[in-house]
Design a protein around this ligand. Sequence first.
Ligand SMILES: Cc1cc2nc3c(=O)[nH]c(=O)nc-3n(C[C@H](O)[C@H](O)[C@H](O)COP(=O)(O)OP(=O)(O)OC[C@H]3O[C@@H](n4cnc5c(N)ncnc54)[C@H](O)[C@@H]3O)c2cc1C
Ligand code: HEM
Length: 351
Amino acid sequence: MMDIRQTDSQIVEDQDALNEMVMMDHEDRRQRADKNAEDLDVPMLTGAECRHLLVNFAVEEFEVPTGICLEEMPLFTQWHLPLKLTAILMLLTLLYTFMRDVLQPFVAQGSSDFYKIPIMVVNKTLPWTAITLLALVYLPGVLAVLLQLQRGTKYKPFPLWLERWMSMRKQLGLLAFFLGVLHAIYSLCYPMRRSYRYKLLNWAYQQVQRNQEDSWVVDDVWRMEMYVSLGIMGIGLLALLAVSSLPSVADTLNWREFVWMQRILGYVALLLCTAHALVYGWRKWVEAKRYVWYTPPSFILASLLPATVLLVKALLLLPCLNRRLEQIHRGWERPCPQKERQVSGEDSKIQ
Ligand SMILES: Cc1cc2nc3c(=O)[nH]c(=O)nc-3n(C[C@H](O)[C@H](O)[C@H](O)COP(=O)(O)OP(=O)(O)OC[C@H]3O[C@@H](n4cnc5c(N)ncnc54)[C@H](O)[C@@H]3O)c2cc1C
Ligand code: HEM
């Protein structure tokens, strides 16, 4: 250890000096520190710097095997790509929502809706990204199945990009869950906002002015009851998936149970979340005023990819395709036409 340290930089020498200091009593330590500072021509360290070096020392000396260099240990390598993808998606959805919900009213009517950014805009960005990530968890499985059906075998390896994508589904799923939870918390906080309370008062005042006694709209009531309920069930299932992916829980499940949970509950969660977004949209799909600056509302764009994944999955469950897929999974291979021709040629020669 000392040999390595002697070849190390000046900072490590300072650390050595500090290591010795730890062993000495307080008074002695202070005297030595003064002396060392003079000898090594090192400025006196502040308390924070000292703590930092001592923590480094404790970890280096006692907790990590000597062969391991802490600085070279990888940091969340499996999460790099999923996190980058999440950041890109969030940025794009944020810009889109900002343009529609804040910029358009400002440019068109001069109304200052910038107060919407911290909650309303963010709470469109979060679920849009979450549901897109969730769809990206189940899309590669569908692509893999289509590839297997087209090739007529399960023995050909998948393309590298697909394998890589499939290997990061856990991270994508957990990120989708995380953003879904944030979205749920943001949504449940809506009525707490002062802006909401002022709006409620204004609506009540306008209602009185119109001499309208009852503001109950059956359609709206049903829409909200349903989409909130679907959202809660969706987040509940995602929570189950997240819990089952903890190693301590996954270890108690056998392979079939784990795959069943991840596959079936996962698809049900995707279905519930997509239904949640669609019911939230309700009739807004056809209302012309929703298409500001000729752009579709975010819930339409958010539900496109998950709805496509669900539709293709439903098609794959059709008996004609499902039966062939089961055969492929059991090891059946479609006879190669070239091989067939060779075999029939050899047969005719023998005759
Ligand atoms: C909150 C959350 C947590 C999650 N945690 C985890 C987790 O801990 N671990 C995890 O793995 N996933 C996790 N996921 C991801 C997700 O649940 C799974 O990827 C899910 O099992 C996908 O199912 P699938 O049917 O689409 O794909 P698959 O089960 O991969 O099947 C797709 C098709 O490809 C075929 N196939 C797959 N691999 C091969 C292969 N090597 N060779 C030949 N054929 C193959 C299958 O037979 C099938 O036809 C999580 C998701 C969420 C939302
Ligand atoms: C407790 C659970 C949930 C509640 C209470 C909830 C509530 C809401 C609310 C109030 C809205 C309307 C937001 C607005 O007016 O701007 C909404 C929209 C939406 N939610 Fe949820 N939600 C929940 C879970 C989820 C989950 C798990 C997902 C997906 C992973 C999801 C995806 C969406 C989408 C895509 C929209 C449309 C957003 C848009 O306009 O672009 N929700 N939800």
